[in-house]
Ligand binder design. Structure first.
Ligand code: NAD
Ligand code: 6OD
Length: 503
């Protein structure tokens, strides 16, 4: 049997009531060495999807060895063109298994099927296509240097892969966020060990089948499941055989990972939390602003790092804006992810539901006016055990409320009036985070001015989450370290080496 046939034979079974999610190491699906597994449950009804292998130090060792051997083997010898072709094949492989990816992500996240099918899964494939092109089209620099003997020298640089990359990803858009890192890492010639979120093991596992099917050499893409502290996540970041770590998740997890990476001076790229603002000026196209802010607050049940939790509205528009957003929010329909009428999914887990509801309670205690929501929706009995919360809008919170300063990561926002542009910018910047903002105005000079003054890595004007994958993506302040996207990803996933030739 070939490796691919073996891996296909060993692929996670999707028949019967429970699916197993095994590690994917050295091109094959493997059981938990310790025999420990944990449950994976559906957020919309808390039903069991299956059991996930829990990785420990031995699995991480095996994955690091496989990843290192891949670099020393055929993978390390491929030309850029060959790698680029393989990345395109991976993209096509995801598309060929589109329904399986949609089903896996939908089960793990509980979000509406339409959202998976139209946005998040196609983006997983697009990530591989974009970086297949990027690596083929980037030149390196060259300098001519004078020398005392007059003959001169030429300097030119070459890019080398960093080596074995640890990829630690979150649950809120699992395939998109994981491939946003895996695709450039592989396109640049690295090998990867992915530690997907314990909440969403599905698509990372499935991607192993695609890697084998299209002929990515074994050991290039590895997946080890598990948790963070004292588990696969921490063991991966602590492993001396991991050359660099790319992480998306909470800011405090980033702090722990950075400490681990300090040992051995390994490089990190961090995409972290946010408490993003939207700034709506009175001259904005109200319909467009409402439509954009509906998405930025409620898409993915508010679990988007770029999402808006603080809406600032110029006073003359304030009452109308609040009433219109309330009316729209009340049209959101929670329901089964496969139901076409569903426009609103659950939170990722009952644990996260508890956290979000604690902020709903805190807002009440801090004196918020609850414009809409604030609780748990009535769901049909078969979904009542799911992690549901209501879309929620507040006004009237004091500026020092934790609800305004801490990332909630739920379908909620506070709307606050402002009177001047300077005040809006000051409020927007009054946070430890600096990920994204969205500005709504018809005055383009003002839009450019405000965009330059809000301290965030990503600003949208009259839009939100419009992504060109060639652009720099990342956060300011405590929202991240480094930029990924287009050629910027090459800065992290490769090392530039200078070669000086005396003529
Ligand atoms: P999280 O930090 O709890 O977990 C993310 C990943 O890190 C998981 O795989 C987890 O198992 C792992 N992990 C946890 N502790 C670890 C440790 N000590 N060592 C190694 N790995 C560890 O984040 P989450 O709850 O999965 O995701 C939500 C968070 O991610 C939010 O804060 C959100 O803003 C952020 N996020 C940021 C971006 C961005 O681009 N800036 C994108 C998406 C999500
Ligand atoms: O679109 C992307 O590249 C990206 N990193 C999105 C992040 C979404 C956060 O939830």
């Amino acid at each position: 049997m070939t490796d691919t046939e073996l891996a296909q034979r060993d692929a996670p079974t999707r028949q019967g009531p429970a699916t197993s999610f095994r590690h994917f190491i050295d091109g094959a699906y493997v059981e938990s060495i310790s025999g420990r597994t944990f449950e994976n449950r559906r957020p919309f009804d808390n039903g069991l999807i299956g059991h996930v292998a829990e990785g420990g130090r031995e699995e991480i060792d095996a994955a690091v060895n496989a990843a290192r051997a891949a670099l020393d083997g055929p993978w390390g010898k491929l030309t850029v063109d060959d790698r680029s072709d393989l990345m395109r094949a991976v993209a096509d492989g995801i598309t060929a298994r589109f329904d399986d990816f949609v089903a896996a992500e939908m089960a793990d996240t509980g979000q509406p099927k339409s959202m998976m099918a139209h946005a998040f899964i196609p983006r997983g494939a697009a990530n591989f296509k974009v970086f297949a092109d990027v690596v083929k089209n980037v030149a390196t620099e060259s300098f001519q240097s004078p020398t005392p003997d007059g003959t001169g020298a030429i300097n030119y640089s070459i890019r080398k892969p960093k080596g074995v990359i640890g990829v630690i990803s979150p649950w809120n858009s699992p395939l998109l966020l994981m491939t946003w890192k895996v695709a450039p890492a592989l396109a640049c010639g690295n090998s990867v060990i992915v530690k997907p979120s314990e909440e969403t093991p599905g698509t990372a596992t499935l991607l192993g089948e695609v890697m084998n099917a299209v002929g990515v050499p074994k050991g290039v893409y590895n997946v080890v499941h598990g948790f963070g502290p004292d588990s696969a996540g921490a063991f991966l970041t602590e492993h001396p055989g991991v050359d660099a770590i790319t992480f998306t998740g909470e800011t405090r997890t980033g702090t722990a990972i950075m400490k681990a990476a300090a040992e051995g001076l390994r490089d990190v790229s961090f995409e972290l939390g946010g408490k993003n603002s939207a700034i709506v000026f009175a001259d904005a196209d109200l319909d467009a602003a409402i439509e954009g802010i509906m998405r930025s607050v409620f898409l993915n049940c508010g679990q988007v790092c770029l999402g808006t939790e603080r809406v600032l509205v110029e006073r003359p528009l304030f009452d109308r804006f609040v009433a219109t957003l309330k009316a729209k929010a009340e049209t959101l329909r929670p329901g089964h992810p496969e139901d076409k009428a569903t426009s609103f999914g659950p939170l990722i887990s009952r644990e996260h539901q508890k956290k979000v509801l604690s902020y709903y309670e805190r807002a009440r205690r801090d004196g918020a006016t609850i414009v809409t929501g604030g609780g748990v929706p009535d769901m049909p009995a078969e979904m009542a055990a799911g992690a549901w919360v209501e879309p929620t809008i507040w006004t009237g919170l004091p500026d020092d409320s934790v609800v305004i300063h801490e990332e909630i990561f739920g379908p909620c926002c506070h709307i606050r009036p402002f009177d001047t542009e300077a005040e809006a910018v000051a409020i927007a910047n009054n946070t430890q985070y600096g990920l994204a903002t969205t500005i709504w105005t018809r005055d383009l000079s003002r839009a450019h001015r405000v965009a330059a003054n809000v301290d965030v890595g990503i600003t949208w004007v009259n839009s939100w989450f419009l992504r060109d994958l060639r652009t720099p993506f990342g956060g300011s302040k405590q929202s991240g370290i480094g930029r990924e996207g287009g050629v910027h990803s090459l800065e992290f996933y490769t090392e530039l080496r200078n070669i000086c030739v005396k003529l």
